[in-house]
Structure formats: structure tokens, C-alpha cells
Design a protein around this ligand. Structure first.
Ligand code: ZN
Length: 135
């Protein structure tokens, strides 16, 4: 596989407003976008730090993936996302190397990126997202 840089780190939070307050007023970052991703049942808030972003995730439904995650493990780091080129080829490569794919085909994520997830049981416990900027 070939990874370009850490595109973002996804962080599950219980309350987006109070988390944004912390990231802005304590860490001094600026939220530049809030976006709801309906099929993932999340509301997201984005911050830039260098070429990497932080993506805060609040569930809009207790049964959504973030709702279940927080239920089981509490707030905290949820996934790490790597920027790649040719996402389809990267997925094929990962799969050929024995990695279980959550998404066999790229789908649309926040920020208009094509994304796909690798299963944490194949990645030493880290839910891993691959993102391609297809603009
Ligand atoms: Zn993400």
C-alpha cells in the first residue's frame, strides 16, 4: 500500500458543542465546518492542524456506529484516516495482503472525499480509514 499523510483523526464525543468549546477555547483551534453525514448517523466538526484535520463525531442516533462505540468504550479516538491516491487499488492491495475490508468499494464520506474503512481486527485494533480527494 502507499499512504500519503494522516488526513484526519476521528474522535468520538458525546456532545459536539461542548467538545468544540474545548478544542477552540483550550487548544486554540478553529472549527471551520460542521457537517451531518446522514448514512453514518453522525454530526461532524472539523479542525485543521497542519495538513492534518481533527474530525469530532457526535452520533445523531444511539444505534449509529458512534453511538455504539461510545456506549462500549466511552469518548475517545475512534479512527485514523490516511490520505491515498487510487483508493480502489489501495483497497485491492490491502485485501490481497489479508486485511478484512469494511468497505469493499469506496463510498462518499464527509468533506466530499471518497472513503473506505479497514476492519480493526486486521489492523491491530485501529479502525483505519483511507481517503481520496477526487476533486
Ligand atoms: Zn473519518
Amino acid at each position: 500500500m502507499e499512504l500519503n499523510f494522516i488526513e484526519h483523526i476521528g474522535i468520538a464525543v458525546k456532545d459536539l458543542d461542548s467538545a468544540i468549546h474545548y478544542y477552540e477555547n483550550v487548544l486554540g483551534l478553529k472549527c471551520y465546518k460542521i457537517e451531518e453525514v446522514k448514512d453514518q448517523m453522525v454530526k461532524t466538526a472539523f479542525f485543521r492542524i497542519g495538513e492534518t484535520k481533527l474530525e469530532l463525531l457526535e452520533t445523531t442516533d444511539p444505534e449509529g456506529p458512534i453511538g455504539k462505540f461510545i456506549d462500549k468504550r466511552g469518548e475517545g479516538i475512534h479512527h485514523i484516516a490516511f490520505a491515498v491516491n487510487k483508493l480502489k487499488d489501495q483497497l485491492k492491495d490491502a485485501s490481497q495482503k489479508g486485511v478484512e475490508l469494511i468497505d469493499k468499494h469506496p463510498r462518499k464520506g464527509a468533506e466530499g472525499l471518497d472513503i473506505a474503512f479497514l476492519h480493526p481486527k486486521s489492523t491491530h485494533g485501529v479502525l483505519t480509514e483511507l481517503c481520496e480527494n477526487v476533486d
